[in-house]
Design a binder for this molecule. Sequence first.
Ligand code: PLP
Length: 462
Amino acid sequence: FQQLLRIISRKRSENLSQDHVFHRNFNNNYPLIERGEGVYLYDTQGVRYLDGSSGAVAVNIGHGVQEVVNAMTKQASHVAYVHTLRFETSLQHELASMIASLAPGDLDTVYFTSGGAEANESALKLARQYHLGNNDQEKFKVISHSISYHGNTMRTLSIGGDQKRKELYDKELHGGVIHLAPPYGKRSDFENLQEDEYVDYCLNQIEKKILEEDPETISCFLIEPIVGSQIAAFPMPDGYLKGIRKLCTQYNILLVADEVMTGFGRTGEMFAVNHWRVTPDIITFAKGVSSAYAPLGGMIVNNKTIQTIKDKWDGKFAHGYTFSGHPVALAAGKANINYLLDKELVPNVKQKGRYLRKRLSELMEKFTCIGDLRGRGLMLGFEIYKNKKTREPFNQSQKAAEELNQICIENGVVFYPGQGLIDQQPFDHILVAPPFVITDNEIDHMVDLLEKSLKIFERRFK
Ligand code: PLP
């Protein structure tokens, strides 16, 4: 019956394609979603989709939480907007202090934006202004990994490692970026090294690079502690972030942790840097801060950086957005974090993550086209191969991850597919990141639907 509904549903959205929407992809037929509840989305025909990726790894507390909806409605009915250059709301203070209390070390001050790329742009500008304030005029370059994603604005795109997204903008993408190979030894000549030896090697290489580029020209190091969309949940090896922290301190480079995807409990810790007890100078966040009930992002900044803005810049950060501190978005953020804490969802992520990993590792044994399961908490990923033993990838044009995800959608479950490039080798991957409220039964159902889809995928691609 659900299959029949799906066909009707597809027809309906095909008919709607003569419309005025600038679609993300004009060739796709998107199901029209009408409502969401828990881990499920329902389309206008009543077809149900298990949201195995929490949207864009964002709807952490699940769909349809009335507490959040009520808080937003209430705020909108009081005042929907104030310009935070002229006025503030008490919500701004309440949410900032909540977030600061959850953040590590002396990251005590919170700046709000509407999303992740804006958060990273803000951090990049703040780092530059911090150095200028301290008379370090030449510190403008940014270090990042060549496999990373930091947003879709021109500057964040140039810093991130998504080659495909950059292709069109060769001419205009800015300079001043130092791209490092990510610590992904298993695919390279370092397979036989112990992890700590490999990490030492990487850190030595990074220090060499810093000296080669001249530390006096480097502003900050922007890093995803667990790389999300570009490589499907790849955590930095133990000791790596600590080593980077040390190098950044030594060479007066600000360490910015991009926790847009990992923040607010996704990996089983409130922030992913906590896995390694590292305190960056700035954490950027978005997605999970409001569980995507409203567009909200921002950065949490340490005291030394704030003090420079106060002392050297007359208290003014040369930046700002119309929607910084938007009251309805802040109301969503506050209600979301209260829900996260009241329901103790972060410890739940650890527990459910263990169960999901166990169920997925069983699938890895059953299928020869998937492997390399990895990640933390409810941010897990795996790769798709033509030949698992040799890690031979599918041809890029086959879009194996997209195809598998499409089959999944037809079977009632959705994940987050991607294509990456490591050591010049293309590979396909899938990110599995359901809402934190998922139950064991729902995990079983999700994995069963994935298994069913993998069988179809194997038949089609062999
Ligand atoms: N940084 C990371 C690690 C992300 O995963 C994303 C989005 O997926 C971004 C930044 C950009 O966030 P946004 O799409 O909200 O601009």
